[in-house]
Design a protein around this ligand. Structure first.
Ligand code: UDP
Ligand code: MG
Length: 321
């Protein structure tokens, strides 16, 4: 096949990026045009409340290679990437940010890897200078934890910048439709021929990060919930531990009764009770989180809702039986 007969779908999720969009397009368009493959640029407007939608419509009006998928409200970055993958028609799909943190010139290397027959290309950050040390430390701790407690292995610093072949994208499109999810985790665990490219994340061109600490914490908890059932077993471990503690305490109480003749009571009871209830409520909370995941899956609500599209056909709603 001729190189230009192959097409790369570039998915860009956009949420209130009016300050960065024009610069993004100005810098990356010449690069997209100069690629050895043809391209389609899929902007997913994730319910932006600023002028992003208008700006994107402007782009789409003068360049038919641009597709615009507009959500009915904000569904989050992951949902936006999933929608982009759903609407992509290329031989390869790349997801990237709209803030130029993911250098567009790397698409050349990505195309080279896809051309060599790799089906999953993970882009690994060497440093994230714009994130600050706290974000970097917690992110690193999180990856260590998830790699320990789940049987999947995730690359530390793998970013939301990744590429998939059409076959690998099809797997995500059809089979990985979980409501509580971690897309980056799936990308790393669907198998296929994989490779990684390292890159240096740049500072944002404009605007500010849309991921608050709270949102990141939620993402971390969701990832643990959908990739590990170890927390559910914590109850068994603590059961053993607390049982052992009880036996030791019992032996000590009997011994002190025999030796001193005074069973020491009240303080011990209060301490033990508080400890036990703390553990119990904690475990109950964990079970509650898993039930919430089950409930979300059971309700089977859509991952995203499309309000309108430009330069591509809106996909019909899924019928439920
Ligand atoms: N984004 C989105 N929906 C959201 C939050 C973010 O589509 O609810 C987009 C955002 O516009 C950007 C990308 O996802 O293009 C990554 O977000 P951001 O750059 O804020 O995250 P960071 O790079 O700081 O991790
Ligand atoms: Mg960013």
């Amino acid at each position: 096949m001729e190189e230009k007969d192959r097409k790369l779908s570039i998915v860009v999720s956009v949420y209130n990026e009016e300050a960065a969009l024009r610069e993004f397009y100005r810098v990356s368009r010449p690069i997209f045009e100069s690629l050895s493959w043809d391209y389609e640029l899929i902007f997913v407007n994730d319910g932006s409340s600023d002028k992003s939608g208008e700006i994107l419509r402007g782009f789409a009006a003068e360049n038919t290679k641009i597709r615009l998928v507009e959500f009915s409200r904000n569904f989050g970055h992951e949902a936006a990437m999933i929608a982009g993958i759903d609407y992509s028609t290329g031989d390869g799909v790349v997801c990237m940010d709209a803030d130029l943190q993911h250098p567009p010139e790397l698409l050349r290397d990505i195309i080279a890897k896809l051309g060599e027959g790799y089906e999953v290309v993970n882009m690994v950050r060497t440093s994230n200078t714009s994130a600050g040390w706290l974000k970097n430390v917690t992110s690193s701790a999180f990856y260590h934890l998830i790699n320990r407690i789940s049987d999947v292995k995730m690359l530390e610093n793998a970013s939301d910048f990744f590429a998939l072949s059409a076959e690998a994208a099809e797997v995500l499109r059809v089979d990985y439709r979980e409501k509580v999810r971690f897309l980056r985790g799936y990308v790393q665990n669907i198998g296929f021929r994989r490779t990684a490219i390292t890159y240096e994340a740049r500072p944002r061109v404009a605007g500010h990060s849309k991921y608050s600490i709270r949102r990141l914490a939620r993402l971390a908890v969701n990832t643990i919930l959908c990739f590990s059932d170890m927390p559910l077993r914590l109850g068994i471990y603590t059961g053993f531990f607390v049982g052992l503690l009880g036996i030791i305490l019992m032996i000590y109480t009997i011994w002190s009764h025999i030796v001193t003749g005074t069973p020491n009571g009240y303080a011990t009871i209060v301490v033990v009770l508080c400890f036990m209830f703390a553990v119990l409520f904690f475990l109950l909370g964990i079970i509650g989180e898993y039930i919430a995941v089950l409930f979300a899956e059971l309700k089977d609500r859509p991952v995203y809702i499309v309000r309108d599209t430009v330069n591509c056909e809106k996909k019909p709603l899924k019928e439920k039986s």
